[in-house]
Design a binder for this molecule. Sequence first.
Ligand code: ADP
Ligand code: MN
Ligand code: MN
Ligand code: MN
Length: 340
Amino acid sequence: MAKYKLEYLWLDGYQPVRNLRGKTQIKEYDSFPTLAQLPLWGFDGSSTKQAEGKSSDCVLKPVAVYPDSSRKNGVLVMCEVMMPDGVTPHPSNDRATILDDEGTWFGFEQEYFLYQDGRPLGFPEGGFPAPQGPYYTGVGFKNVGDVARQIVEEHLELCLDAGINHEGINAEVAKGQWEFQIFGKGSKKAADEMWVARYLLERLCEKYAIDVEYHCKPLGIDADWNGSGMHANFSTSYMRETGGKAYFEALMAAFDKNKEEHIAVYGPDNHLRLTGLHETQSIDMFSYGVADRGASIRVPHSFVNNGYKGYLEDRRPNSQGNPYQIASRILKTISEVPTP
Ligand code: ADP
Ligand code: MN
Ligand code: MN
Ligand code: MN
C-alpha cells in the first residue's frame, strides 16, 4: 500500500471564463488508482460561484485520471461538478451534456502569453520591444528571453508524464507568446487533456512568479501585436476515409450557416481578435481557403491533394475558449450534414 496524493480538479462557476480549481486528498491504494477506485468528493460551492452559502455543497465526480510527476505518488483527477444528489450535472458543468464521438479527432493549438508585472514577458516597463517578426519560432535571448523556454520544456515533460497527448511547442508571433498542441480522439478526451494541460502550465508558472495570460487580445485591439487563438483541427472518420469535394462543400455551407452559433462558444472578446488582421478573418464573416491563414477555416494542402480527405483547421476559437463547448459545437454542425 502507498499513500497517493489525489488532486481533484474542476471548473468553477465564473463566466464567461471558468477557472480551474483543485484540492488534495490523501488515500491509500495498492497501486496507481483507476478511475473506478476514485470516490466522489465535495467542495464549498459558495466560494466558486456554484452555490449559495446556506446550501453550499457541490459534488466532484471523477471523469479522468492522470499521473502527476511533480509529486511523489501524485494523481491528477479531472472531475465534473454535480448537484448534491451526485447524479444531476450542476448548471456550470459544461462537460456532462456535450456531444462526443471517438471517431472524431481534435487537435487544439493553445496560444497564450506569459505575463509578469502586468506585461508580457520580455516587454520593457512602459514600452514595447522590437516589432513582431523574429519571435515566431525564434531562438536567442533577445527573442525568447531567459526563462520562457525552461517553462515550456518543463510543461511538456509534465504533460508527457501525465499521459497527455501533447504534440508540440512553438514560440509565437508576439514576444512572450507561446503555443502548445494537444491531440485527442473524441471531444471529451481531447478537451479533458487540454484543461489538465492548462492546469499544469498555470501551476508550474507559480514558482517563477509568472502568470499565464489566456485572454485573446491582452495588448488591445489597436496594438500591432498578435492575439491568441486556440485553433481547433478536426476530422471525422468519414472525412479521413471517404471525404470528397461535394461533402466538403456541404460541410462548409453548414459551418457558414451556423457561424454565429460557433462564435458564441469560441471564447469571449473574440471581436478584439477576429479583425481580419494578424492572420484572422473578421468575426462576422465566414470563409475557407487552402493554406489561407486569413480564412475562418484553413484547408491544408494535404486535404485537397488527398481528394478532399483529412482534417480541417477552424482558426476562430480563441485562447480562452472552453474546449468542451468548442468540440461539441463542431460535432453538432457536422451532424447536420448528411453522409451518403
Ligand atoms: P499550424 O500551426 O500550422 O496550424 P500545428 O502543427 O500547430 O499547425 O497544429 C496542427 C494540429 O492538427 C495538431 O494539433 C495536430 O494534432 C492536429 N491534427 C493533425 N492531424 C489531425 C487529424 N487527422 N484530425 C484532427 N487533428 C489533427
Ligand atoms: Mn500551430
Ligand atoms: Mn499558432
Ligand atoms: Mn493553427
